[in-house]
Design a protein around this ligand. Structure first.
Ligand code: PDD
Length: 308
C-alpha cells in the first residue's frame, strides 16, 4: 500500500497521474533531490537524537514570524551547546533558495541541526561540523472541519524531560503522547505535570475561563511556541484579557473554551476533551483569535520578507 498523497510505483503509467517533480532539500551546503540526501549512520542526530529543529510556516513566499524562529533556533542551539552553523543572513539565504525551488505559494520549512558525525561516545566530539538539513513541504490549508467543529483531545501525564523549552529532535516523549492520543481517537493531547497543564504533544494549549485567555508560564516545562508571543499580541490588540499562570487540571476540565496553536495547526479549537464536550463548539474568543491570526498572516505576506 502506498502512503497517502504519494504516487505509487506504477503511477507514471496511468494517464493523468504523472509523478509530481521531486522535492529539493538542503544538506550541508548543497541542494539535492530528497531521494539523494544521505546522512552517515554515526550522525549524532541518528544515534543520540542530539540536535534541534524549527518548523516555519511560509505564506505567499514570506516566512511568518521569521526573526522569532531564527531567535528560537539560536536559543535552542546555545542551550545544547552546538555552535550556530549559519548567521541570520545565512539562514535567510538558505530558506529563500529552498522556497524558490518549489512551486507552492504556501509552504512549511523544516530546519534541523545536529552535533555532527563522530565515533559513538556520549561526550561532545572535538572539531566536528554540525549537520545542517532543511526541507520544505506544501502548506495545505488547515482543514475547515477542524476549524468549524473543533478537534478532540485527551488528557495524559507529561512524562517528558525537564528541558521542554529546547526544540530538541529527541521527541520520543512527544511521539508516544501523540500516538496515545491517536489510539484514543483524538488529534492532540493535553499534558499535565503535578496536576498542572503544560502543553500538547506538538502544540501550545490555551484555556478560556470567564472571558479571560489563560496560558501556562513560559518556563522549561513547555516549548514557547512562536504562536505564544503572537497570541499574546493578538489578545492585546483584540481586547481579550490575558493571564499567564499555572492552570490546574480542574480549571482545564471546567474551561469555557480550549484551543491549540502550532506552526502547522495555526489555531484550532478543542471541542472534545476525554470524550466530554468543551463549551458549545468553537467559542467567541476562539473566533476572535482565529480572525486575528488570519489577518496577521495576510499583513505579513503583504509587507513582504524583511530580511536580516
Ligand atoms: N511543533 N509545543 C510543542 C511540544 C511543539 O512541538 C510545538 C510545535 C509547539 C508550538 O510551537 P510553534 O507555535 O512555534 O509551532 C509547542 C512543531 C510544529 C512540530 O514539531 O512539528
Amino acid at each position: 500500500m502506498t502512503g497517502q498523497g504519494q504516487a505509487g510505483p506504477d503511477a507514471a503509467a496511468r494517464p493523468g497521474t504523472a509523478k509530481p517533480p521531486e522535492q529539493t532539500v538542503y544538506l550541508n551546503g548543497e541542494f539535492m533531490p530528497l531521494s539523494e540526501a544521505r546522512v552517515p549512520v554515526l550522525d549524532r542526530g541518528f544515534v543520540f537524537g542530539d540536535g534541534v529543529y524549527e518548523v516555519v510556516p511560509v505564506y505567499r513566499g514570506v516566512p511568518f514570524r521569521w526573526s522569532q524562529h531564527l531567535s528560537r533556533l539560536a536559543r535552542s542551539l546555545a542551550k545544547v551547546r552546538i555552535d550556530n552553523p549559519l548567521d541570520d543572513a545565512g539562514w535567510t539565504g538558505l530558506v529563500a533558495e529552498l522556497l524558490s525551488r518549489h512551486p507552492w505559494q504556501d509552504q512549511f520549512v523544516y530546519l534541523q541541526v545536529t552535533r555532527g558525525v563522530a565515533r559513538r561516545d556520549h561526550l561532545f566530539p572535538a572539531d566536528v561540523q554540525p549537520t545542517v538539513f532543511a526541507m520544505s513541504n506544501e502548506f495545505k490549508p488547515v482543514l475547515r472541519q477542524a476549524i468549524e467543529q473543533g478537534i478532540a483531545a485527551v488528557s495524559l501525564p507529561d512524562e517528558r524531560w525537564l528541558h521542554c523549552d529546547i526544540k530538541s529532535i529527541s521527541l520520543l516523549g512527544n511521539v508516544l503522547a501523540r500516538q496515545a492520543a491517536a489510539d484514543a481517537g483524538a488529534m492532540e493531547c493535553l499534558l499535565f505535570r503535578d496536576g498542572y497543564l503544560t502543553e500538547g504533544s506538538a502544540s501550545n494549549i490555551w484555556v478560556v475561563k470567564d472571558g479571560r485567555l489563560l496560558a501556562p508560564p513560559r518556563d522549561a516545562l513547555i516549548l514557547e511556541g512562536i504562536r505564544y508571543g503572537l497570541l499574546e499580541e493578538l489578545a492585546g490588540s483584540r481586547g481579550v484579557p490575558f493571564d499567564i499562570r499555572r492552570i490546574s487540571r480542574d480549571e482545564v476540565m471546567g474551561a469555557d473554551e480550549l484551543m491549540a496553536t502550532s506552526a502547522t495547526k495555526e489555531i484550532l479549537p478543542i471541542t472534545l476533551l476525554d470524550g466530554r464536550a468543551v463549551g458549545d463548539g468553537p467559542g467567541p474568543i476562539y473566533r476572535k483569535l482565529f480572525d486575528a491570526y488570519q489577518d496577521a498572516k495576510v499583513a505579513s505576506a503583504a509587507k513582504g520578507w524583511v530580511r536580516p
